[in-house]
Design a protein around this ligand. Structure first.
Ligand code: GDP
Ligand code: MG
Length: 706
């Protein structure tokens, strides 16, 4: 009897914990804030943390006290470099926010944040509107099918134009905007905002820095105008959601609750984007954003279940967002700390327990979780366990790096890893002594482990240490970390373009390695074919078409490894080889004398032979550039761009400003910041990001290759 009772009790408790779990999941939000640099992401995040009670003091970007920009480097530069994750609570919802950097030199941060988010807020400036980077990030988010809301910030600034920005969100992002919050006044006369659904004005109390606000009735005239917006909203939502139109036609009235439900449905399918507005710096309009996050953005149960593959069989694996499923978590960020390394995880299914074992199938290693934390910018709260939908930082992992999956050893799966762009810029670092050389190597390994867009290598010919990254600012920040945080004494060269080599025609190559060494014979023989291009834009791929029995499988793996790693280091020019497909077509082995060393050496000879005959050329990174300047400077800006081998792709009015978009080789863009400043007396701004690779002009190539 007693036993039966305890079984019943246990079942009851299990059910109870499952229902709270489900409720919790419905009320969880993992969101990112994405935008062009300076649109106001950090300011918006700071206000959100303040209003939700997470920070006592409101941070200010301009004074370098913003909670989210916690790295010293960021505070000095007033930009957001590392996407910090932080948790806050609003109306019974748990909201995890990632403050992603707008600067494309740090695009890896954006990419990996997007990979683990369920929803996002696009922040736009009411003056500059949809800018180049907001477009890029918006497209990145499209790729991950992330439901979004838009916040038009800076309504207090001169030249603010809400309508125009909404139009741009429609025409340039094809985001199907629907306005749910209107500005009440604008520029210096911005008084608050208007709630389109309820037809009320929201006035924010400035004594409390906007912590509280009042709802007021609108003047009859404004009420009429707002009603027009509400009708538009109903129509656009009704086009997307079944059943709403019938209801509307029947009663000519639709309840706010019905409208919200329908708009949520359309937002989750990414058919519509609710648009809000305000001025973060003036503490206007942020609570409606928090409400909209809870109302319109998805919880972890409302996004499709995560899928991956079985590491052995390759069969597709699906994991529902449930604590009862086996563990599936993605490591999306590493951060070094004094006591070791923090790994940021997004948990999709199952449970992660303190002192529990997890399995990393990519590395074939078991790992022990020694700490779990919920992060709040630079503070943290220890947890005993974490479950589906959680974003946490853990300590104790020894083998896990960004992009790895953590699972249950008896139910392993590999989630799709995170895609990172190629590096475009390099810099030489010269340690001042032999002792400093070891210190430098340690520091560089540490940085490279945390930052997947950073690479370093030792040049075989010169013995020089070369680092590469995504842009001038990226390498500048890393350089300062190496010199200042890691205290390495070194001389640093000027930034240079990171070229690539590629091939222009198919070729065949053969390598034979037959030698006596270390008291035994070595035999390896490899024949490969190479052709230009491949599945992925920049990668080198390898396939084996060798007949059964010619070379045993374990040596084929050795050949693949040798070819891929040598291609990465560069075959002919010393710059990495890209856009090539290798196929192992023939070869032979000796049952007694064949060794791994022999096959690696033979593969390397075959590679060199094949690539030499494949018409090697050099490629240079071409950047996508966007310059915004007053009309008066347009001529000078265009002339200067022409001198830089730029191709102008678009010219547009942005209110009183002009935007120029262009493609130009990175080699011509060093020091562009300074040049543009002096051309326009500091009245222009620009952004650039890696676009593609193009063959370098002959003169340049001859100079580089000697
Ligand atoms: P981020 O680069 O997107 O993180 O943008 P920040 O939050 O760092 O803001 C960039 C600049 O715009 C800072 O100088 C802010 O003070 C300013 N700013 C942010 N929001 C507003 C706003 O609502 N109105 C005005 N006038 N300035 C703002
Ligand atoms: Mg910022």
């Amino acid at each position: 009897m007693k036993d039966r009772n305890s079984v019943l009790q246990a079942t009851f408790l299990l059910e109870l914990s499952m229902t709270t779990q489900q409720v919790n999941l419905h009320k969880k939000r993992n969101i990112g804030i994405i935008a062009h640099i300076d649109a106001g992401k950090t300011t918006v995040t700071e206000r959100i943390l303040y209003y939700t009670g997470k920070s006592y003091k409101m941070g200010a970007v301009d004074e370098g006290t913003a909670v989210m920009d916690w790295m010293e480097e960021e505070q000095q530069r007033g930009i957001t470099i590392t996407a910090a994750a932080t948790t806050c609570y609003w109306q019974g919802h748990e909201i995890n926010i990632m403050d992603t950097p707008g600067h494309v030199d740090f695009s890896a941060e954006v990419e990996r944040s997007l990979r683990v988010l369920d929803g996002a807020i696009g922040v736009f400036s009411a003056v500059e509107g949809v800018q180049a980077q907001s477009e890029t990030v918006w497209r990145q988010a499209n790729r991950y099918h992330i439901p979004r809301i838009a916040f038009v910030n800076k309504m207090d600034r001169i030249g603010a134009d809400f309508e125009r920005v909404v139009e741009e969100i429609d025409s340039e992002l094809q985001a199907h905007p629907v306005v749910i919050i209107l500005p009440l006044g604008k520029e210096a006369d911005l008084e608050g905002v208007i709630d389109v659904l309820t037809g009320e004005a929201l006035i924010f109390d400035q004594e409390s820095l906007g912590s509280s606000y009042e709802r007021r009735t609108l003047s009859p005239e404004l009420a009429m105008q707002t009603q027009i917006y509400r009708e538009q909203l109903v129509e656009r939502v009704a086009e997307q959601v079944d059943g709403l139109m019938e209801k509307y036609l029947e009663s000519h009235e639709i309840s706010t609750a019905d409208l919200k439900r329908a708009l949520r449905e359309a937002t989750l399918k990414a058919r519509l984007t609710p648009v809000l507005c305000g001025a973060a710096l003036r503490n206007i309009g942020l609570q409606p954003v928090l409400d909209a996050i809870c109302t319109y953005l998805p919880g972890p149960l409302e996004v499709p279940p995560v899928t991956g593959i079985h590491p052995k069989t390759g069969a597709e694996q699906v994991r529902q967002a449930s604590a009862e499923e086996p563990l599936a978590a993605l490591a999306f960020k590493l951060a070094g700390e004094a006591h070791g390394e923090l790994v940021f995880l997004r948990i999709y299914s199952g449970r992660l327990r303190l002192s529990g074992r997890v399995y990393n199938p990519a590395k074939g290693k078991r790992e022990l979780i020694t700490r779990i934390w919920r992060m709040h910018a630079n503070k943290r709260e220890p947890l005993e366990e974490a479950g589906p939908g959680d974003i946490v930082a853990v300590a104790g992992l020894k083998h896990t790096v960004t992009g790895d999956t953590l699972t249950d050893q008896s139910h392993p799966l590999l989630l799709e890893s995170i895609h990172f762009p190629e590096t475009v810029i390099t810099m030489a670092i010269e340690p001042k002594s032999a002792a400093e050389r070891d210190k430098l190597a340690q520091a560089l390994s540490k940085v490279a482990k945390e930052d997947p867009t950073f690479e370093w290598r030792v040049d075989e010919e010169t013995g020089q240490v070369v680092i590469s990254g995504m842009g001038e600012l990226h390498l500048e920040v890393i350089k300062r970390r190496i010199l200042r945080d890691f205290r390495v004494a070194a001389n640093v060269g000027r930034p240079r373009v990171s070229y690539r080599e590629t091939i222009t025609r198919p070729a065949r190559g053969e390598g034979k390695f037959i030698r006596q060494a270390g008291g035994r014979a070595h035999y390896g023989h490899v024949v490969i074919e190479v052709e230009p291009g491949g599945e992925q834009e920049s990668a080198v791929t390898f396939a084996s078409k060798i007949k059964q029995g010619h070379i045993p499988g374990e040596f084929v793996d050795v050949i693949e490894g040798a070819i891929l790693s040598e291609a990465k280091a560069g075959v002919i020019t010393g710059y990495p080889l890209i856009q090539a497909t290798f196929t192992l077509v023939d070869g032979s082995y000796d049952p007694l004398d064949s060794s791994e060393i022999a096959f690696a050496a033979a593969a390397s000879l075959a590679l060199r032979d094949a690539v030499t005959g494949a018409g090697i050329i050099l490629l240079e990174p071409v950047m996508h550039l966007s310059v915004i300047c007053p009309t008066a400077y347009l001529g000078d800006v265009l002339n200067d761009l022409n001198a830089r081998r730029a191709e102008i792709t678009r010219l547009e009015m942005k209110g009183k400003l002009r935007e120029v978009r262009a493609r130009a080789p990175l080699a011509e863009l060093f020091g562009y910041a300074t040049a543009l400043r002096s051309l326009t007396q500091g009245r222009a701004s620009y952004t650039m990001e890696p676009g593609s690779y193009a063959p370098v002009p002959r003169e340049v190539s001859e100079k580089l290759l000697g």
